[in-house]
Design a protein around this ligand. Sequence first.
Ligand code: GLY
Length: 569
Amino acid sequence: MNLQRTWIILGTLALLLLVCWSCLKEVNEPLSGVIAEHGMVSSAHPAATKVGLDILKQGGNAFDAAIAVQFALAVVYPSAGNIGGGGFLVFRQTDGTIGSLDFREKAPLKSHRDMYLDESGAVIRDLSIKGHLAAGVPGSVNGMFRIHEKLGSLPMEDLITPAIQLARNGVILTEREAQRLNHQKTDFIQINHHTPSLVRDQPWVVGDTIFHPELAATLIRIRDQGEDGFYKGVTAQMIVDEMEAGNGIITKEDLANYQSTWRDAVVGNYKSFRVIGMPPPSSGGVALLQLLKGIESYDIKSWGFNSKKTVHIMTELERRVYADRATYLGDPDFFEVPIETLVSDNYLSERFADISLNTKTPSESIKNDLLGMVESLETTHFSIVDTEGNAAAITTTINGSFGSKVMVKGAGFLLNNEMDDFSAKPGVPNMFGLVGGEANAIEPGKRMLSSMTPTILEKDGRLFMVVGTPGGSTIITSVFQTILNVIEHGMTMQEAVNARKFHHQWLPDDIKFEPEAFDSVTINELEQMGHTLVPIGNIGRMDAIRVLENGWLEGAADNTRGDNTALGY
Ligand code: GLY
């Protein structure tokens, strides 16, 4: 009897140990993204990621795949994927050659500085956000052709065809996509003088198939006629007719004149890592470098992830960097941007000299000459690495969710509302609370300032990370945190992407945070230091790739905040 009881007790103990061991193993096991040897695509939508992967498997390089993903996203992810918007590419070829392409929208020739002000000089809020007047001249199609010319290897036709097939054969809606479309229905109906294909009588539900025949026809014109299939002929006429129907100002001349611009990447070091970022008209590269250089001398590794000290110091850096962004950054073709100075060690040590480790500096006491900027929480980013080690980081946008909500009649695509990224009036915040000044004032042909931060990191001269995210003004700080999460806090790429985030942008003077980012003790401690904390919804929706020690790739897509998907082979 006693022996039997002893065996039962021992058996139970062994079982308990086994259960505890598996639990502990699960808790301690790092969460990895998708691991693959040859190539990786990480984007906001599973269908677009698959298109990119197929191109890589067919022997296309990272740039071919990037072009195919851009066109596919325009079909399957119309809230941000686009041919009616613009964006930025940061690239690194396998031989170490780096650079960037600016295919950001431009202000139409008929635009002018005060176009969003009423007679009393007050900003008419919705004019730069909804409808025809909100649209800048789209750059995405021109950008894809410039990328192809310089870096592509497969025929352009092969890169557009998958998007045409998706548009013709239909796209199965995810839960999130169905909700997004339903949410915008009223605006789509009010803003358009025709019924856009994104609207139907009954609500969309997950599993529905949505067809885009007019968009397919536009993509076929681009496939057959090259960029003229968009900027001239039938499509251009449709855009101009749309403008006339809705009091917009984009003309045939605007479209025919649009050109993307190759620019030198902004480059700097963080410890032993080389950071390759997007120069103005994006503020992303400059601001990210300022933040990384600023944090370098603090031992945040030992302070810990999202600890009081780490969050405080990051916030104080962000406060100062966003004040600089508002003052000095704009389109370098129109405004002299002091890039070298802004990222120089001398300037930054002076800029950050008054940071206290114990108390916050109120934003109103941060010196700036003016105020400035603007943008939205939509946008999308994708990261691609091919088997040769070429890397493409593209962030692309129509600004707000579904842009201006104007669908070009007959052409089946949405126009951006990127004009809201200009400063409509110095000091008046835009829809996302950012303010702007002279550097970012509206001028015909000028590009509006952006926060998009497509970024590539090298370690010891080799590719290490490709990273970026949507999120308007939070893009820069999300990329900043994600890089630190890997380098300083030892996270895998996937853990760094998933990690809950926070954001400070000088004005308004508060720390926005995802509810699970801080525990209540940290919140209290930060408040005692003088910070105001405001919980908000999601911050960031990253798509990133890390090169592992053995040369394999870890693809991380944010499937906690979106439908983002990484696939490799
Ligand atoms: N429209 C968002 C950005 O360019 O930053």
